[in-house]
Design a protein around this ligand. Structure first.
Ligand code: SF4
Length: 250
């Protein structure tokens, strides 16, 4: 399924944590609110944009990020934020109902803190509690590694829904990977494929959040970006990056 109604934006790659399983390159690139708003406003002229997923790095390290969410919500755009849940700026977000939080966990406390640093499990769990108290929709982004695999079914944070992420550094066996892909809700959702127009912190536009083959720049005319994107999607309806996700999905 192709959706031009959703954008994926990675504002930066830097983060306040240094997780063992992190795969971002931690470049110093940062997209400003002005750049993002200008791109979004141009994009809206060609698409019925309904939602934007933000990812990093850690977007809450950016002082002006809550202000960006508020401005996008005002345009009627639903926001989803993928976050490690260690920086609580929640009270600055004016419309919690229109801002979903996907908070990443690596499994039980001993595993999570071994990967992410001591104290971070409790910090992220408190963040989730606070978010729920403020009426944010919250889901858990559960990173499946060889250490967390045994907890596939039992891991639980306040009974919240989990979306499963497969460790990209390859600690799972192929049998374990197939089991997760076939039997658990993974990201990106299976019905969605990997397709989504993704604006990354290097100001390039990609046809998927996982590929490294750009289809344009932030300044490229939107019509051209959409055409390049649709051409690629039609060539490969299951996935635009056979080097990564298609291999996992087979
Ligand atoms: S929280 Fe995410 S972006 Fe930050 S270091 Fe950990 S895996 Fe990387």
């Amino acid at each position: 399924m192709v959706s031009l109604e959703n954008l994926y934006i990675s504002s930066l790659e830097t983060c306040n944590l240094h997780c063992r399983y992190c795969y971002t390159k931690k470049t110093k690139n940062v997209l400003t609110n002005q750049q993002i708003l200008s791109f979004v406003n141009r994009y809206r002229r060609y698409s019925n944009l309904k939602s934007i997923i933000f990812c990093g790095g850690e977007v809450f390290t950016l002082n002006s990020f809550p202000d960006l969410i508020n401005k996008l919500n005002k345009l009627g755009i639903f926001i989803t934020v993928i976050t490690n849940g260690t920086i609580d700026r929640l009270t600055e977000i004016k419309n919690p109902n229109n801002c979903q939080l996907l908070v990443s966990f690596d499994g039980p406390k001993n595993i999570h803190d071994h990967n992410r640093g001591v104290g971070n499990y409790d910090l992220s769990k408190s963040f989730v509690r606070h978010a729920l108290d403020l009426d944010f929709p919250v889901e858990i982004f559960f990173l499946i590694t060889k250490e967390s695999y045994p907890y596939l079914n039992s891991f639980n944070i306040f009974g919240l829904e989990k979306t499963y992420l497969i460790d990209r550094l390859g600690s799972l066996s192929s049998v374990q990977t197939q089991n997760v892909l076939k039997n658990y809700p993974t990201y990106p959702p299976k019905t969605f494929g990997c397709h989504q127009i993704s604006l990354q912190s290097d100001s390039l536009i990609y046809p998927c959040c996982e590929t490294n083959k750009p289809i344009g720049k932030i300044s490229t005319p939107i019509k051209k970006i959409i055409k390049n994107y649709l051409d690629l999607v039609h060539q490969n309806p299951l996935c635009v990056d056979p080097d990564f996700y298609c291999k996992l999905k087979k």
